[in-house]
Structure formats: structure tokens, C-alpha cells
Write a protein that binds this ligand. Sequence first.
Ligand code: F6R
Length: 611
Amino acid sequence: MCGIVAYVGPKEAYPVILKGLKRLEYRGYDSSGVALLDKELKIYKKKGKVAELEESLVGKDLHAHIGIGHTRWATHGEPNDRNAHPHLSASGKLAMIHNGIIENYAQLKQELLKKGYEFKSDTDTEVLLNFIDDIRENNQCSLEEAVRIALKRVVGAYVIIIVDQESPDTLIAARKGSPLVIGIGKDEHFLASDASPIIEYTKEVVYVNDYELAIIKPDELVLKNLGNEKLTPFVQKLDIELAAIEKGGYEHFMLKEIFEQPHTIYDCLRGRLDLSNGQVKMAGVQQNIEQLKNANRIIMVACGTSWHAGLVAEYIFEELCRIPVEVEYASEFRYRNPVIHPGDVIVAISQSGETADTLVAIEKAKEQGAFIFGVLNVVGSSIARASHSGAYTHAGPEIGVASTKAFTAQLAVLTMIALKLAKEKGTIDAARYNNLLHELHAIPEKVEVVLQQKDKIQAIAAKYSNANDFLYLGRGYNFPVALEGALKTKEISYIHAEGYPAAEMKHGPIALVDETLPVVFVATKDAYHEKIVSNIQEIKARKGKVLAVITEGDEIISQLSDDIMVVPEADEIVAPMLNVIPMQLLAYYIGVSKGLDVDKPRNLAKSVTVE
Ligand code: F6R
């Protein structure tokens, strides 16, 4: 989703901004642009990749010490040069970038049209910019004041950054609902949607909160609320290194992130899983143990892959903790009128911590008295700040648009929470509890074993890369894994794929089966093993091609399948962390064999900050 970068200070602004935009490419976008202010305001924008913008600017005078840059993921108006950001105000004095959606833009536009304004783009951003400029003009006030007045009328989500021809050393920024980080350097400031464009220069950052306005000069950062009261910026230290956001020798971020999983799962367990004392140590859970263990109901709220993690967790929590669990798409939950009681616990699961639907869903639940527990990857993200408590997944920055290592880390965290609560509640016996602690502990090593099959999975991917459709089937804990496999295939290889509970297949999707349909079974040894063997027979009887993820040594399914991907034996509760790895590799290699941009699949955004 849109990415923003800005700079003010002694450096040349353009190279800082360009590099920053490249670092934000992973968020997904379809056009980009920069505005640079030296003696005059210059704006350059282009449909397509940042590299195309860069190429079009070769030979131009780009000298400036202040500037703003943007990657746009189209919402209002198609992706083209005209609609790309930054936008210039009708007066020609202000340039602005924006991330988010101004919901009442049509009404504001009508007001401006009546006053004779003309618009060069179809965007809500240009409307807001002229609305601000119009207020400044009419009220003869400062830009800062005009922004404050304008934002009180705005409905929607935004981060805006404005550069003003008349104040060549000042950036004005404001936020509501979309992320904004300010990096503090020596006599310089860096602004961005996340920390990745900033960490190269400084580790000191301020996360701007909703309804805050920042006035930023090279040597000064003033933070205010919309009531014009000064706030003290809360300076935090970033705990990520530059290497974590670079490819480190891998062909793609997605591959790097798939291969990082033994370490990311280990990092997630480290310090929490105490085998010698038979304990799970999680401060966020411990501090709220009464609230959590006495929950009447847990509602997992998430989107996409994180929602799949919630589905696996539903099975785990109900099995181990005997607490009723519901798993909700955040986008549905926020708009219906859900029944929430004060004893309910909402678990918000999100890699980015910025997903707009998840953020609003928890805010609504909070208003109704629910306790919000975040399972999040990005430290200091909006959802982290909106939650009462939580646990970080510690998977490190995930740059590939398709979520991989964040998913397995979410599963690791959710399993630990379930184990801790089950022990507190007494719903698990000691032997099973201890066994599961050891099973969890063994996962990173077993993931390593699964990854050794990469060449074999690459060959399987080549064999099926011309398929038009895929069906993914699983039962029990492996049903959400099948859904995740189908989602990865859709995203990365642009092949239509459906995930289904294996038994439900007979109620419809079986009509699709013929000799051209690859059916991926997630069929490792668990309580459903015999049942899934029957489901495989049903597909074979209709000449479907069977690709199965099986447990080492499973001769029965091996003989029934056209192709197999093998994982080490594991308890069914922790097995999803292993079983999803072949799904990730399969989708990755199909995408690569089709020559697709697997790190930045078309139309997708990493951080979905609009609803
Ligand atoms: C799929 C994927 C998305 C995200 C979804 C939620 O590979 O990445 O489906 O899982 O957009 O994002 P977060 O977890 O950041 O809330």
C-alpha cells in the first residue's frame, strides 16, 4: 500500500528519498513520484516502478535539501502519471503526499468546485491539498493552522506530508489511521511509512500517533495535537539492523524469508519456552493471566494469512484450553454488529500491525469493553499501540509481499499462549503439556529438514506450473494449512486455487476433478489420517493428480500419490508450522518458473492500510 518518504537536512534529499522509496517497494504500488524544493518546487511522477521514475530523471537538476516521495497503490483514480503523488496545489505553492483514504472527499470537492477550483487528477489527495490551501488563503493563517482546521473536517484515514514553497526548511506532517515514523538524525529528519528507509541513517525514531501534527525542520521536531497543544515526542530506539531488510544473497526476499524460518521460529521461542522448568514465559500473558484464562470467549480477528493463523489457533485453544473461540475476518467483524461481552478477549493477529480493518475492528471491540491482545510482528505498530497487551512474533521485517515467516511465528506464539493458559486452567495433563513443550522446541530443526527438499519441490513446481487450477485439501489442523497453500498459490503464481476441508470436497468441488486438476493434500499423520486416505482415493478414482504433504515413512499415501513432499513426524498441534513450508516453496517455485515478480505480486500490497 502507499509508501511515503520525506527528508529535510543537509544531505541531498533526492538520493535519500529514492533509496527510501525502493525500500518501501515491498508494500506494493503502481506509480511513484517526488517533490523537491530548492529555489522552486519541482514535481516528478511516473506510472510504474521506482526504477522507471529514476530513469526518467537522469540528467535533471535534482538538487534540494528538502523533499517528499511517494509510492502509490491506486484507490481513487487509475494508476497513471496524473494521479501519482505528490500533488501540487492550485496555487502552485504546496506539494503533498498522502497515504490513506479521505472518505468525504466528494463533499469537499463539491465545495471547492463551487469556488472555481479545477483538478488535475482524480484523487482524494488533490482535493484535501486544495482544501488546506483554500483555508490558508481565506483565513490568512499559517499552513500549520490551515492543516489543523482542515483535518477537523476530514473523515477517513491519512498520513500527509506537505512541503511549502514559502517555508523551504519545514515539512508539515499529520496522521490518523495510517503509519508515520520520524527518524531523528544530526540536524536532519527522515519521515517514512515504516522504519526501513530510516534505519540506514538513524535508530532514534518517533512514532506519530493519531490526531498528531508534526512540524519538522532540520534541527527541530515539534509535535502537537489538533488542539494546538505541544506534545513531548517519545523517542524510541529501533532494534532492527540494515541486513534484516536486504536480500543477503537470495534471489528473492520471499525465498530468504522462507529459509529464515528455522531462525525466526527459534527467535520467537527463545526466552519464552523454558524446558527445564516446564514453563512458558510471556510477560504480556502473565500480566493479564486472570483476564485471559477466565475469558468467556476468544475472538481471533485478522485478515488473509494472519486469519489462517487464527483458524489454526482456534483448533489449538479449544482443544487445549477449552475456551470457545471464534475466528473473524476483521473486515466483516467491524461492520456487522457483533455481540461482545466485557469478558470477551479479542486476539488481533497481524504481521504489519497496520492493517486498517484489523485496527478498526479492535477499536470497536474495545469500545464495547473487550480486552485486546495483539499477536504482532512490527514493534510499535498502530495495532500494538491500540492493544491492551500482547506478544510480538519477533520474525524480523517481512519484505516479500506474501507472508511466510510471519505465519509460522504467529503459530509459534499462539501455541505458546494456548499452552500457558491450558496449564493455568488445568485443562491439560502434565505429560501432554511437557510433550508439547518439547514438540515446539524441536520445530526449528524440523523446519530445517523440510527446507532440504527445496530442489525436489522445485521439480514438482515445474511439472505443474501450467495448471489452470489447484485444489488444496486438509482436515483438522491441516485444513487452515490447505487454505494458506491455496492463498500462496493465488498470490504468487496467479493460478486459481481453492482451499477446502478435505471431506467437504464431496459437497461441490469434486465436480472440478479430472486428469488436469492437481490436488494438494496436506495429509500428515494425525487423528484424521485414515479419513484423508479415503479422500485421496476419491480424487484418484476421478483421475485427479495427487500431490501430498506426508509424514516421513508414510507408505500408504506415498503409493497413492503422484508426487510427495515429506515432513518429519510431529504432534498435530505443532505440525502446521512444518506442513506449510512445502506450500510456500511450491507457490514460490511455480511463480519463479512462470517468470513472475514473486516479491511484489501484481495488485497486492504488503501493508493494507485502506479498508
Ligand atoms: C498473504 C498476505 C496477506 C496478509 C494480510 C494481513 O500472503 O500477506 O493476506 O496476511 O493482508 O496482513 P497483516 O498480517 O499485516 O495484518
